[in-house]
Design a binder for this molecule. Sequence first.
Ligand code: HEM
Length: 99
Amino acid sequence: MAIDGMWVPETAEIGANPYLIHRNKDMFGEDVGVYRPERWLENPERTHLMDRYDFVWGYGSRKCVGKNIALMDGQKFVLQVYQIHSYTITQVLTVIALP
Ligand code: HEM
């Protein structure tokens, strides 16, 4: 098999670095380094692509089996925090990740 022009034998184990995968401009857009969660809501085709290569939970047969429970927990946590406290936005910051 050839990857990017380099011959890789069949028995080779290949790893992928999640940090780099999540910064691929073809998948996540030219502004991949900018914290802009709304990118997930703009274009269904891109959302599908980003979802497909979301490497946070691993990939393939050993993918995290707790993904759905962890996502539910995260959503419940945010809702409960807002039920207990109230917040006011006083300043909007733009967060840019370093390359
Ligand atoms: C934010 C929360 C979590 C993240 C980011 C996360 C991420 C991951 C990642 C990256 C893997 C390795 C996948 C691979 O080897 O390709 C994994 C495996 C696993 N996770 Fe999670 N996980 C989370 C929460 C949980 C929870 C809540 C549970 C259980 C209730 C769980 C159970 C497991 C198990 C059992 C595996 C091993 C799956 C296997 O090897 O077949 N995880 N997780």
